[in-house]
Design a protein around this ligand. Structure first.
Ligand code: CA
Length: 527
């Protein structure tokens, strides 16, 4: 949120090597480096190498491994002389690691010292969870009601919200699911539990109100069966029927009657939410989802390592951190299973990878379908290279738990929440898991934001942080510029998280009210 920093002075050719064994480094200079440039090592570039792209540090023979992060990100398709631009057409991607004979819970990292004394101001919920914002959410069983609900939400905001100043906003949980789907197919459990668990996100204070059409497949009682949620008012549990407005109800004569019913229904919820106050809670109540999107070769050098350092701080503070994006960790599965706390956790990781391999195979695709034209233009040759840079967001803590898509978080510490890497689907599933703060790193730049939780965006390059000075919350490009360390940016992020969680600071996405759609992951058939 700081004022834009001035561009760094033009400096000498700068390349970054991630591991002592690497035979490539990436060019850090803005605008890249011209052919003929002499690096500090004396190496002369034989090609122009764009910023973020790889230069061969030594002659690489045909079929020899190209090493970045100390692992083969591919094999040379022909001899690559030292000083060449190593672009994706010169690399043959290795096969995915088989899911057998993996190291299971073998790493046993030494426990890091607890981090004590950090707090934030949050909204304590009846179930023990803590919100970072105080929002009225309107759950919807089916896309059919989205238009009517949106009209009602605009009226609630205009007419009611000014009377309830402690309520931050009203969020319409619109989505594309609910009907025209094979709702009894085994995989339909994923979108249904996702919607249910989003309704129960800590930022919604346990208030559940539902708008239903009437004839849809996803009936309100199926979405939120008795016992799946608590009602916050004084009614005895047996009377705690779901608070539903059904648009096809005979009582609604005409459109305005439906809108009126939703507006009326909102009022008691707003009254209860308005009575809530922030209180001081330990940093261990943070539930942080980390994600990357619009990645470039700097993602794995600057922003993601800083997030990884911050992940370790959060885990040391007793908080919950989720990392996700199955296709972006698939190539690092052996590191992850080794880091699992128990063989059971490692087996759950393997199960999620195997499920996703089969899911992709059904569509005649594999993990390599992940990378985008922007990733490649930003220097990421393939999914192996992208995955190695993505996985560092998880830091170094042991992996204590694994969630299937749409499940609710079960334990504190570091969790692998299995989700697709798609930004909106990953964010939607992390919301369902109960995240109350989101961290999103980007190199190419995306203006991503969510209505339900604050999203802190971290730029991988200073050029992006300058150009998008009112969209990026943290500039990790300072790490590549040599003006800050990974640790310094990690601590900056940690302190910013506490300020944002407390409501003392707003993220740029909140400031501009940038809200991407909820996008449910529906692996089941559509009818
Ligand atoms: Ca993503």
């Amino acid at each position: 949120m700081d004022a834009p920093t001035p561009p760094p002075p033009a400096h000498a050719p700068l390349t970054i090597r991630m591991h002592a064994q690497d035979n490539v480094a990436i060019v850090a200079n803005e605008g890249g480096l011209a052919a003929g440039t002499v690096l500090a090592s004396g190496l002369v570039l034989v090609d122009r190498v764009p910023q973020g792209h790889k230069v061969a540090l030594a002659d690489i023979a045909a079929d020899a491994p190209v090493l970045r992060y100390g692992i083969p990100i591919g094999h040379a398709t022909k001899p690559i002389p030292a000083g060449s631009w190593v672009h994706e057409r010169l690399l043959r991607m290795p096969d995915a690691r088989a899911l057998q004979q993996l190291p299971m819970a073998t790493a046993k990292p030494a426990p890091q010292p607890p981090l004590e004394g950090y707090t934030f101001e949050g909204y304590r919920n009846a179930d023990g969870s803590v919100g970072t914002r105080n929002l009225l959410a309107i759950t919807q069983t089916v896309q059919c009601v989205a238009g009517v609900t949106e009209v009602a939400v605009q009226r609630i905001k205009a007419e009611l919200l000014p009377r309830y100043p402690n309520v931050d906003d009203v969020v319409a949980l619109a989505h594309g699911y609910g009907c025209g789907v094979a709702i009894d197919a085994p995989d339909a459990v994923v979108p249904i539990r996702t919607l249910r668990n989003i309704s129960l996100n800590p930022n919604f204070g346990g208030e559940v109100m539902v708008v239903s059409l009437g004839c849809e497949k996803l009936q309100p009682e199926r979405l939120l069966p008795p016992g799946s949620f608590a009602i916050r008012d004084e009614r005895p549990p047996e009377d705690a029927a779901l608070d539903v407005v059904c648009l096809q109800d005979d009582a609604h004569v005409g459109f305005m009657a439906m809108v009126e019913a939703i507006v009326r229904q909102a009022e008691p919820h707003l009254q209860r939410l308005n009575a809530r106050r922030r209180e001081t809670v330990p940093a261990s109540e943070l539930v942080v989802g980390v994600q990357c999107g619009g990645s470039d070769a700097f993602s794995g050098v600057t922003a993601n390592p800083a997030v990884g350092f911050c992940t370790d701080l959060l885990v040391r503070a007793g908080a919950s951190v989720m990392f996700s994006e199955t296709t972006e960790v698939r190539d690092g599965i052996a590191q992850l299973t080794a880091r699992a706390t128990t063989p059971e956790v490692a087996e759950a990781l393997v199960r999620e990878m195997a499920w996703y391999d089969a899911y992709l195979q059904r569509g005649s695709a594999d993990r390599s379908a992940n990378t985008t034209p922007g990733n490649k233009a930003g220097g990421l040759s393939n999914i192996v290279e992208k995955a190695m840079g993505s996985i560092v967001k998880s830091g170094s803590a042991p992996i204590a738990n694994v969630l299937s898509p749409g499940e609710k978080l079960r334990a504190k510490g570091l969790t692998y929440a299995a989700t697709p890497a798609s930004d909106f689907i990953c964010g939607t599933l992390q919301l369902a898991a109960g995240m109350n703060l989101h961290v999103f790193t980007t190199g190419r730049g995306t203006p991503y934001g969510l209505a339900a939780v604050p999203v802190i965006k971290v730029a991988t390059r200073s050029a992006l942080a300058r150009r998008w000075h009112d969209l990026m919350d943290v500039n990790a490009g300072t790490i590549a510029d040599g003006t800050a360390t990974i640790e310094e940016v990690g601590w900056e992020l940690f302190h910013l998280m506490l300020a944002v969680a407390s409501g003392r600071k707003k993220t740029w996405a909140e400031h501009w009210r940038l809200h991407n759609a909820l996008v449910l992951f529906n692996p089941a058939p559509v009818t």
